[in-house]
Write a protein that binds this ligand. Structure first.
Ligand SMILES: [Zn+2]
Ligand SMILES: [Zn+2]
Length: 282
C-alpha cells in the first residue's frame, strides 16, 4: 500500500487562512487505525506540511474529550497562527477564495459571527495525505479552476466510464499533459476517498455484503457515486458507496432512485433493495 493515504478533504474557508482545521477521524479509516502512531489522545506535537514542494511547520493536537459527552466525534486538529508561513502560503494558493471571503467580511457588521458561504461553483478544497513519516503530511490544493477544467473534460462522458477511470486509475490518453497533471489531483482525491471506504467495508458490497473474488485471494469492489459524478462533481464520502461490480452495473443499467431516508434503492419496476451494510452514509 502506498504511503500516501487519505486523511481528509477540507473545504476552503476562513479558518484555513487563519488558524487551521479539524479532522473528524471516525470515517477516515487508515488515519484512525494509525492515528495512535501519529498522535496519542490529549497529545500535541510539531508536524511538517508539504505544499507545492515547500515545507511548513504546524502543530497537530488531539484534544482529550471528556467521556461524559456522548456522541462526540473524535477530532484531530492541525493548528498554526495567522502570521505563520503556512497560513500565508494557503492565502496565496487559494487567493480567489481569500479575496471573496475578505470582501464579504468587510461588508458584515462588526462582531458578526455569520459563517460566509462560498457559492458551489467557486468552492476550493485542500486534500490531505499521509507520508511514510509520522510527522509529515502532503497538502494538495484543488482550485475552482481545476474543477471547472475537470468538469469540462468529463461532461460528455458516461458516468460508468468516468467512475472506472477513477477506480482503476486509467488516464485518458487523449488528454494533453498539462491538463492531465492538473486533473490527476482531482482523480486521485476521488480515488483515495473511494479506497478509504473500500477499506472501511473490508471490500464488501453495501448491497449484498459479499466480497467478490475472495476465494481467489482477490477482492474487487467499486466506488459508486449516488448523485452521478459527471453532473454533481461531488466526491464526498457521503456521496460514495462501495459496490460489487454486478450491483454497480445493475444500478447503472436500471437507474434506480436512492432513498436516503430509508437507505434503499427504488427500481423503476417497483423493486426496493435495502442497503445491508452502512457505516458512513447519513
Ligand atoms: Zn453486490
Ligand atoms: Zn456508479
Amino acid at each position: 500500500m502506498s504511503a500516501e493515504n487519505y486523511v481528509y478533504k477540507k473545504e476552503v474557508d476562513w479558518s484555513l487562512f487563519n488558524y487551521g482545521l479539524s479532522i473528524p477521524i471516525s470515517h477516515q479509516v487508515i488515519f484512525r487505525q494509525i492515528a495512535g502512531r501519529f498522535i496519542e489522545r490529549g497529545e500535541s506535537k510539531e508536524i511538517t506540511l508539504y505544499l507545492n514542494g515547500r515545507s511548513y511547520k504546524a502543530r497537530l493536537n488531539n484534544l482529550r474529550i471528556d467521556p461524559k459527552y456522548k456522541n462526540h466525534v473524535d477530532m484531530v486538529h492541525i493548528r498554526y497562527s495567522a502570521g505563520s508561513d503556512i497560513a500565508e502560503a494557503l492565502r496565496g494558493c487559494f487567493s480567489r477564495s481569500y479575496a471573496y471571503i475578505s470582501r464579504l467580511k468587510e461588508l458584515q457588521p462588526p462582531g458578526s459571527k455569520g459563517r460566509i458561504r462560498i457559492p458551489e461553483d467557486m468552492k476550493e478544497y485542500l486534500a490531505i495525505y499521509t507520508t511514510e513519516y509520522d510527522d509529515s503530511y502532503i497538502l494538495e490544493p484543488i482550485m475552482a479552476g481545476d474543477l471547472q477544467a475537470y468538469r469540462e473534460s468529463i461532461k460528455d462522458r458516461k458516468e460508468r466510464m468516468v467512475e472506472a477511470s477513477i477506480d482503476y486509475d486509467v488516464i485518458d490518453p487523449g488528454a494533453s499533459f498539462s491538463e492531465t497533471k492538473r486533473l490527476m489531483r482531482i482523480r486521485k482525491l476521488n480515488r483515495k476517498i473511494g479506497e478509504n471506504l473500500k477499506i472501511l467495508y473490508g471490500y464488501r458490497c453495501q448491497i449484498c455484503g459479499r466480497i467478490i473474488g475472495e476465494e481467489f485471494g482477490s477482492h474487487i469492489a467499486e466506488a459508486h457515486h449516488i448523485d452521478y459524478y459527471v453532473t454533481s462533481l461531488n466526491n464526498d464520502s457521503n456521496n460514495q458507496m462501495v459496490l460489487c461490480p454486478n450491483h454497480h452495473s445493475i444500478i447503472h443499467d436500471a437507474d434506480p432512485r436512492f432513498d436516503r431516508k430509508r437507505m434503499l434503492y427504488l427500481y423503476p419496476n417497483g423493486l426496493e433493495q435495502k442497503i445491508v451494510m452502512n457505516l458512513h452514509l447519513y
